[in-house]
Write a protein of this length. Structure first.
Length: 169
């Protein structure tokens, strides 16, 4: 019995761990990949097919003397108006956390770089939450059937523990 109880605790711990792992799965997108942020990359093509979510981040890499990064509004993006209420990012290795869903527009404000296509628009989707709606499943009472119902992939973890239980009793 004591052994079963311990395993039940272990099962709950593993489910909690799996949930945390799922939530920590953030992606860091280096704009332009190896080519970086510059005139040599068509960022529209680069962004195509990528899914950006809240919690992910963009990294702009470039020679800081040649470029910078300006976050602008949609109409200013279209027109290459290099106006922004924020100072441009200019370190050459700028990480930008995507903290809210919606569209984001970036341009390079140097010379005619934006007009030459050094601009990036992305749409940030809400984060992929693990099924957090489920409160921590109650630990099964020893002697009961010991069934734990949790949604989706988490049940796999429970299955593993269940198999362990079978072998250890
Ligand atoms: Cu530039």
């Amino acid at each position: 019995m004591a052994c079963r109880q311990m395993l039940a605790v272990l099962a709950v711990a593993m489910v909690a761990m799996a949930t945390l792992l799922a939530m920590a799965r953030a992606t860091e997108y280096v704009v332009g990949d190896d080519m970086g942020w510059g005139l040599q990359v068509n960022c529209t093509d680069w962004a195509r097919g990528k899914v950006f979510r809240v919690g992910d981040s963009l990294v702009f890499r470039y020679n800081p003397g040649n470029h910078h990064v300006l976050r602008v509004r949609g109409p200013d993006f279209q027109a290459c108006n290099k106006v922004s209420e924020k100072e441009p990012l200019a370190s050459g290795d700028d990480a930008v956390p995507l903290s809210s869903p919606g569209k984001r527009w970036y341009v390079c404000g140097k010379a005619a770089h934006c007009e030459s296509g050094q601009k990036l628009v992305i749409t940030v989707l809400p984060s992929l939450q693990a099924p957090t709606a489920s409160p921590t499943p109650p630990a099964p009472v020893p002697g009961s059937s010991g069934k734990i119902t949790v949604p989706g992939y988490q049940s796999l973890m429970v299955l593993v523990v269940a198999v362990l239980t079978t072998f250890m009793t």
